[in-house]
Write a protein that binds this ligand. Structure first.
Ligand code: NAD
Ligand code: IPM
Ligand code: MN
Length: 361
């Protein structure tokens, strides 16, 4: 049976990195006879330029018909402050997440042994590290109403957002986290700001309630400010982290540093029914876009996650991970993960090296 994969480049380095992941996906499709069919869609700034909307109708239709969606990154200074908020590139990403109901965002931060030297933290803090950040993706302050910029009684403008989570939204992401922990080291750390924010007082209470269904999993709580510090001084204490939309966004970029580079952090956004959405955690990196130097591995590993979670091809996913390891063993590195004695390769050379390694498996 054929499976439909939608590839979306986005903007900036999105174009370069998705091209590499596409090569890898096509190679594994042929090798393992997966019957994948590829289609293409647009999202973000270039989509707005071409279609007048960052999440064009055409992409929406294709997204709903796909079995898996692989995305690069979007945004860039050329669109900043140029359009109303609902037409900003970033809004396209929020729209597709919301439209597909992708409430559970998995961001695994794993330290590759070959890259321990590339991480800014001491090797002993990093080696063997394996954290799964589960970020709630369709609620919280990103989507809460009311929001906007208004004029107050003093005639001054003020900006405001609303951080809101319903019990059911907290409960469903809680279940996802506990179930993920059951397959790992059976520890969930819920990160909140319950000493200040009411929304997270409820978050903490519901997490405690959900924990009762999982007596084999240990639940702990941590305030987000402390968590930001603990990720740097003792990251290995964490197994599964579950947190809201905003804290998850920030903490996952921080966690990427223990892996060596933001270019190494893949992600999967899931719900119970529609196609999964797979993307690197980083942005469109306008500072290096178009130079063929970006690290495509987060995108390639996101493609592996797609094979595993949405396309029922866990063995092919495993092969991609193996191929990435072979390439790193050979000492090939993009600029962001360079260390002494290694060979610096371009974005496309990295993609080709992964395909080559894949073909030896
Ligand atoms: P960014 O993640 O794009 O870049 C931060 C830094 O990391 C830059 O120095 C960049 O060169 C580097 N970097 C990122 N990905 C890399 C890769 N694969 N290989 C090597 N280096 C890499 O974050 P930013 O600069 O804050 O944002 C730039 C634009 O991207 C903004 O418009 C922002 O809104 C957007 N953004 C999009 C997403 C997304 O599409 N999911 C995520 C974050 C930011
Ligand atoms: C991410 C990004 C997005 C987010 C932006 C671009 C909307 O930072 O995917 O991590 O904040 O979720
Ligand atoms: Mn982010």
């Amino acid at each position: 049976m054929t499976k439909k994969v939608l590839l979306i480049e986005g903007d900036g380095i999105g174009i370069e990195i998705v091209a590499q992941a596409e090569k890898v996906l096509k190679a594994v499709n042929e090798k393992d006879n997966l019957g994948l069919e590829f289609d293409y869609g647009m999202l973000g700034g270039r989509a707005y330029d071409q279609h007048g909307h960052p999440y064009p109708e055409e992409t929406k239709v294709k997204a709903h018909q796909s079995d898996g969606i692989l995305f690069g990154a979007l945004g860039g200074p050329q669109w900043d402050g140029k359009t109303e908020r609902h037409l900003r590139p970033e809004q396209g990403l929020l729209d597709i997440r919301s439209d597909l109901g992708l409430f559970a965002n998995f961001r695994p931060a794993t330290a590759f042994p070959q890259l321990v030297d590339a991480a800014p933290l001491k090797p002993e803090l990093v080696s063997g590290l394996d954290i799964l950040i589960i970020r709630e993706l369709t609620g919280g302050i990103y989507f809460g109403q009311p929001r906007g910029i208004r004029t107050n009684d003093q005639g001054e403008r003020e900006g405001f957002n609303t951080d809101v989570y319903s019990e059911s939204e907290i409960r469903r992401i809680g279940h996802v986290a506990f179930q993920a922990a059951q397959k790992r080291d059976k520890r969930v750390c819920s990160i909140d700001k319950a000493n200040v924010l009411d929304v997270t007082v409820l978050w903490r209470e519901i997490m405690e309630e959900v924990a009762k269904d999982y007596p084999d999993v240990e639940l702990s709580h941590m305030y987000v400010d402390n968590a930001a510090m603990q990720l740097v001084i003792n990251p290995k204490q964490f197994d599964v982290i579950v947190t809201g939309n905003l804290f998850g966004d920030i903490l996952s970029d921080e966690a990427s540093m223990v892996t060596g580079s933001i270019g190494m952090l893949p992600s999967a956004s899931l719900n119970e029914k529609s196609a999964g959405f797979y993307e690197p955690c980083h942005g469109s990196a306008p500072d290096i876009a178009g130079q063929n130097v970006a690290n495509p591995l987060a995108t390639i590993m996101s493609a592996a996650m797609m094979l595993q979670y949405s396309l029922n091809a866990p063995e092919s996913a495993q092969k991609i991970t193996q191929a990435v390891n072979i390439v790193l063993d050979k000492g090939l590195r993009t600029r962001d993960i360079q260390s002494e004695g290694c060979t610096i390769v371009s974005c496309s050379e990295m993609g080709e090296a992964v395909v080559e390694a894949l073909n030896t498996l």
